[in-house]
Design a protein around this ligand. Structure first.
Ligand code: BES
Ligand code: ZN
Length: 455
């Protein structure tokens, strides 16, 4: 591995420069104004794979293309499927960024840009590690397939169809994703569980247009008030979700897992400080880590109604809208709970208000066997690259594809996060620590060796 190691040292500056070129491309999948730039990011990834020595092409979908790469030249070696995403969340609110989201900037050992950690920077580590093997040794110790998609941040709506269509070409032994976090800056982690999700947008309609609140107010239902009442009904005072049946299928945490969480170093006041808030809040009888990793939630992501500009305006608004996502845990069913949410809201509509309910996407939660040999191989690779053995954690975010990999391809996924929870993903000033980028590349390069040695 010495040749690979010195290649990684020698080329580290260029790796950062190439990552910056990718970060300059505003591939915001959820906003149609960025459609062509999103495609440019796919082309960038394809070209970069090709330069590394991997066969790569774009597979078209009704949405954004999927980059499919392959280096499969060894008959007797295992095959690993690397998944990542080149799309990013919207950069808003723009005025909160210290430097613009698509002008990657180095500061204090971090690279700042939308997508720096989620997921361009993390995904890129697995391209550079393969490049290092191919440029120094001329071959890899195992076969690799890349599936890098452009719709993860909007629910991966076209991915299942792709996986079904290509299921034979995608046969593999294990999948690898770097799109999660380390436990803390000093403590790398392997994630063995993620929460699922359901997403819906609700629009309430009252009068056909905004009305004078003095002339008409008090005589008809106000959509903003109706929305506020609906939202308020979703939780009790302790934060417990009130949708009937919401907790019915929740698998309780085992004592062993609760202990495992409790054994992790966790400083509540440092946690609160890092979030800029003063108190935790959530279901009673659960710790903060349990609430974040293993309990379901119902969150309001955004709401709008009426006049919010400068100065007063006396109206009864015509409409009100809210975006809701629920995070789910094993064995909750996202389809059944989407229907339950809809019924819950419908039943509470005041007279004169109608509701449009748009179900946007959904995915089940995922937990895998923390004793697999693949996981042991990953532990060795991470320990060697980071100098510290990783802890096993669950996380609260969702990566819809992990459950489909199991369903369609029959494989488990190694979730090897190189990022930090404090990297501002989905927030202003997203960043990725450069040392984590370089260690991630090294851990990835070692991982190919460790996985190959399993067979
Ligand atoms: N990288 C995240 C998922 C993540 C973040 C997992 C942190 C664990 C820790 C991913 O890109 C993401 O944000 N996914 C969405 C999925 C959704 C849009 C279907 C999410 O979790 O909100
Ligand atoms: Zn991501």
């Amino acid at each position: 591995m010495q040749d690979v190691d010195s290649y990684l040292d020698r080329e580290s500056g260029r790796f950062v420069a190439e990552l910056c070129d990718l970060l300059k491309i505003p591939s915001v999948s959820g906003d149609s104004a960025f459609r062509s730039q999103t495609r440019n990011a796919a082309e960038f990834v394809r070209n970069n794979l090709q330069h590394a020595g991997v066969d790569a092409e774009l597979v078209e979908t009704p949405g954004h293309p999927i980059v499919l790469g392959r280096w499969q030249k060894l008959a007797d070696a295992p095959t690993v499927l690397i998944y990542g995403h080149y799309d990013v969340q919207p950069p808003d609110p723009l005025d909160k960024w210290i430097t613009p989201p698509f002008e990657p900037t180095e500061r204090d050992g971090y690279i700042y840009a939308r997508g720096a950690t989620d997921d361009k920077g993390q995904m890129f580590t697995h391209i550079k590690s393969v490049e290092a093997w191919l440029k120094t040794k001329g071959e890899l110790p195992l076969n690799v397939i890349y599936v890098i998609e452009g719709e993860e941040e909007v629910g991966s709506g076209n991915l299942d169809n792709f996986l079904e269509t290509y299921r034979n070409e995608l046969k593999c032994d294990v999948a690898v994703i770097s799109d999660t976090s380390q436990y803390s800056p000093e403590l790398p982690a392997i994630t063995y569980g993620l929460r699922g999700i359901l997403a819906a947008e609700i629009r309430l309609h009252g009068p056909s247009q905004d009305l004078h609140s003095g002339i008409f107010g008090g005589s008809i239902a106000n959509p903003a008030t109706a929305l506020a009442r609906l939202i308020a009904a979703l939780h009790d005072d302790k934060g417990r979700v009130q949708i009937p049946g919401f907790y019915d299928d929740v698998l309780p945490l085992s004592d062993a897992e609760r202990k495992q969480f409790a054994d992790l170093p966790f400083d509540e006041s440092a946690f609160l400080k890092s979030l800029g808030t003063s108190a935790t809040f959530g279901e009673s009888d659960f710790t903060t880590l349990e609430r974040r990793w293993a309990r379901p939630t119902c969150e309001i992501n955004g709401m709008a109604s009426g006049y919010t500009g400068e100065g007063p305006k006396t109206i009864v608004p015509s409409t009100a809208m809210v975006k809701i996502t629920c995070r789910l845990v094993p064995d909750q069913n996202h389809e059944a709970l989407t229907a339950a949410l809809k019924t819950f809201l419908e039943k509470r509509l005041p007279p004169g208000i109608t509701m449009e309910f748009e179900s946007q996407h959904g995915a089940p939660a995922f937990v895998f066997d923390p004793n697999s040999p693949y996981l042991e191989a990953a532990k060795r690779a991470i320990t060697a690259a980071f100098g510290t053995p990783p802890v096993l954690i669950r996380e609260g975010g969702s990566i819809p594809v992990v459950s489909t990999f199991r369903q369609i391809l029959g494989v488990d996924t190694l979730l090897l996060g190189w990022g930090q929870n404090t990297d501002n993903l989905h927030s202003p000033n997203e960043r990725f620590r450069l040392v984590d980028f370089q260690r991630g590349i090294r851990a990835s390069a070692y991982l190919w060796h460790e996985l190959a040695a399993l067979k």
